[in-house]
Ligand binder design. Structure first.
Ligand code: DC
Length: 215
């Protein structure tokens, strides 16, 4: 079973994808980390993330770099959004993600284009959303835990800028697949959001089972 979880920054998609992977015993790939690893390389080598050739050079990161906790920083996230708009960067990371999705037994992947580009054949597609203000509040809370104190206005404007870049780029923009189920986590606890996600997967499995039995 392939489960595709897409959505904007701080929507809860990563938490939901990890919980689904645990629940169904499936391997999980946070595809945002790949773009973050490219961004970290570009930053380390002091290259220009807006330049496609510079960004492409960052794609030669080693797997162990994916474990670096610094990839989770706000700065790396912002640069990841910039490098991810380049078609050659997306192409360089495509096969790895498709292979992960296609492994025997299936997988859970989360990102922006999983249901539309990486695994359009996914058995279940969930698009996770939450209002920009709620996402900004969550992000601000996370930042405070790691000792970063930014105003809510600043966090909100960063979130809006990232949404705009991720959704408006020409190549594989963030978008809900036509056959994805929308899950709004704005007013849900983590537990309630995960419960809803499991219910979405179970409903899709029942539909698939009924369809195969009627063949
Ligand atoms: O999910 P995240 O915040 O870790 O992602 C960082 C950036 O990477 C995001 O702003 C856009 C890009 N990204 C992408 O273009 N496609 C994906 N499948 C995942 C992330």
């Amino acid at each position: 079973m392939i489960i595709a979880v897409d959505g904007p920054a701080a929507s809860g998609k990563g938490t939901i994808a990890r919980a689904l992977a645990r629940h169904y015993g499936l391997p999980h790939l946070d595809t945002g980390l790949l773009y973050r690893a490219v961004a970290a390389e570009v930053l380390r080598e002091e290259r220009d993330p807006a330049n496609e050739a510079d960004a492409l050079a960052g794609c030669s990161f080693d797997d162990f770099q994916l474990e670096d906790p610094r990839l989770k920083s706000e700065e790396v996230g912002k640069v990841a959004s910039v490098v991810s708009a380049h078609p050659l960067v997306r192409k360089a990371l495509l096969l790895r993600q498709k292979r992960f999705a296609g492994q025997p037994g299936g997988a859970v992947l989360d990102g922006r284009d999983i249901g539309t580009v990486i695994a359009p054949e996914a058995d279940v597609k969930i698009f996770v959303k939450a209002t920009p203000m709620i996402r900004a509040q969550r992000r601000q809370l996370e930042q405070r835990k790691s000792g970063i104190f930014e105003s809510l206005d600043k966090v909100l404007s960063d979130i809006r800028a990232r949404d705009e870049r991720d959704a408006k780029r020409a190549e594989a923009p963030m978008r809900q697949a036509a056959d994805a189920v929308l899950l709004d986590t704005s007013f849900l606890s983590i537990e309630a959001a995960v419960q809803k996600a499991v219910a979405i997967v179970e409903a899709a499995r029942s539909r698939a089972k009924a369809a195969s039995e009627s063949e």
